[in-house]
Design a protein. Structure first.
Length: 370
């Protein structure tokens, strides 16, 4: 017999991720809908999104936050196309999205003096080989591999280059060493369970200096331009977006930020995510048929938890289908380029009771398909 208790919320997708506990769309402040994002009411909401983000995350003085188009991807593209090319570049990747940034740098921007550091799924490259006097591009947490950097100790305090960090599945869930990061990007639909289509771009003062002192030798699309007359467009970081945002998505994001504050801030969201991972760790340690894709415990993600099973790929698909049919777990397939297995989101919007309820079902489904 299958277990009798199901997760109250079976949404374990790694993006878009589950909405926050207690979410009710009817409780959003919809006064901005139908209004211009450039009107005082719209700009105020966007400015609040930027300023509250900086305050809640505890960003260092001088760091700026902007809402930009096209999710985390758009934010990363915007930063790379605007700022890379002045220095040699070290690209570090160990999963699909990081590999995409390497492809952009090598095949689209076609930069000279590029070094690539790569590791297969489950592993991390040797970060000690990275030269932080070069510009460095990396993901903090590999969403498709379940492997994260354990810390930022490998980034020099006196670095000459800029660090470009895709942190979309790490922000609000992992301890970020902001002073080591110059360009940080993420999207609302990950740890906060927000809506898609919008990216967040965070710049250090050093990144701003690069924007104001360097002009790349290729044309920039309008949605990538952050300077005018050689000076940063400051209004961009005070709610004057480059293109029209969804104000419904903006107020949804503000609701998520308010939830973060209500439960105790970033420390609380990190703790919730770590608790979810701990439940999985206890379960996995007692079984020999399932393990983490990450080979080193210190690099194990507490958000996009990727697992490998001693099953054939067809059996893994059958297990996933079985859990979906019983409405126990939706969208836990691995990323299309990743090894066969499971990917279970453990970010802050996931209740630990739901993780605990899922675990007996994993046992049951395994027995059904093996």
């Amino acid at each position: 017999m299958h277990p009798s208790i199901k997760p109250a919320n079976p949404n374990f997708s790694s993006g878009p991720c589950a909405k926050r506990p207690g979410y009710d769309v009817s409780q959003l402040d919809l006064s901005v809908l139908g209004r211009s994002h450039r009107a005082p009411i719209g700009k105020k909401a966007l400015e609040k999104a930027c300023l509250d983000t900086a305050r809640i995350l505890g960003l260092p003085p001088g760091y700026r936050v902007a809402v930009v188009p096209a999710s985390d991807t758009g934010a990363m593209e915007m930063a790379m196309w605007s700022m890379l090319g002045q220095r040699p570049v070290d690209v570090v990747y160990w999963e699909s999205f990081g590999q995409g940034w390497a492809t952009d740098i090598n095949k689209q921007l076609k930069l000279d003096n590029v070094r690539t550091f790569y590791a297969d799924y489950g592993h991390l490259p040797d970060l000690a080989k990275v030269n932080t006097d070069h510009d460095v591009v990396f993901t903090w947490n590999g969403t498709t591999s379940g492997v994260k950097v354990p810390n930022a100790d490998w980034i020099a305090d006196d670095r000459q280059g800029l660090t470009f960090c895709d942190a979309t599945s790490a922000v609000f869930a992992q301890d970020m060493d902001w002073a080591k990061l110059d360009v940080i990007t993420y999207s609302w639909q990950k740890v906060l369970g927000g809506e898609g289509g919008h990216g967040m771009l965070i710049l250090s003062p050093r990144a701003v200096e690069r924007l104001e002192s360097y002009t790349p030798n290729w044309p920039l699309p309008k949605i990538f331009r952050m300077t005018s007359g050689g000076k940063l467009i400051e209004d961009l970081f005070l709610g004057a977006t480059i293109n029209t945002p969804s104000m419904l998505c903006v107020v949804d994001y503000l609701d998520a930020l308010q939830w973060v504050e209500s439960i105790g801030g970033v420390a609380a969201t990190i703790a919730r995510s770590k608790q979810n991972l701990a439940s999985l760790e206890t379960f996995i340690e007692a079984r020999d048929w399932i393990d983490f894709l990450a080979t080193d415990e210190s690099t194990r993600s507490n958000t996009s938890v990727c697992l490998r099973l001693n099953l054939a790929p067809e059996q893994v698909k059958a297990l996933i289908k079985l859990l979906e049919q019983h409405e126990v777990a939706f969208d836990i397939s691995p990323y299309r380029d990743a090894p066969a297995g499971l990917r279970i989101w453990c970010g802050a919007t996931i209740e630990n009771n739901d993780i605990e309820a899922l675990l007996p079902w994993l046992d049951w489904a395994y027995q059904q398909v093996k």
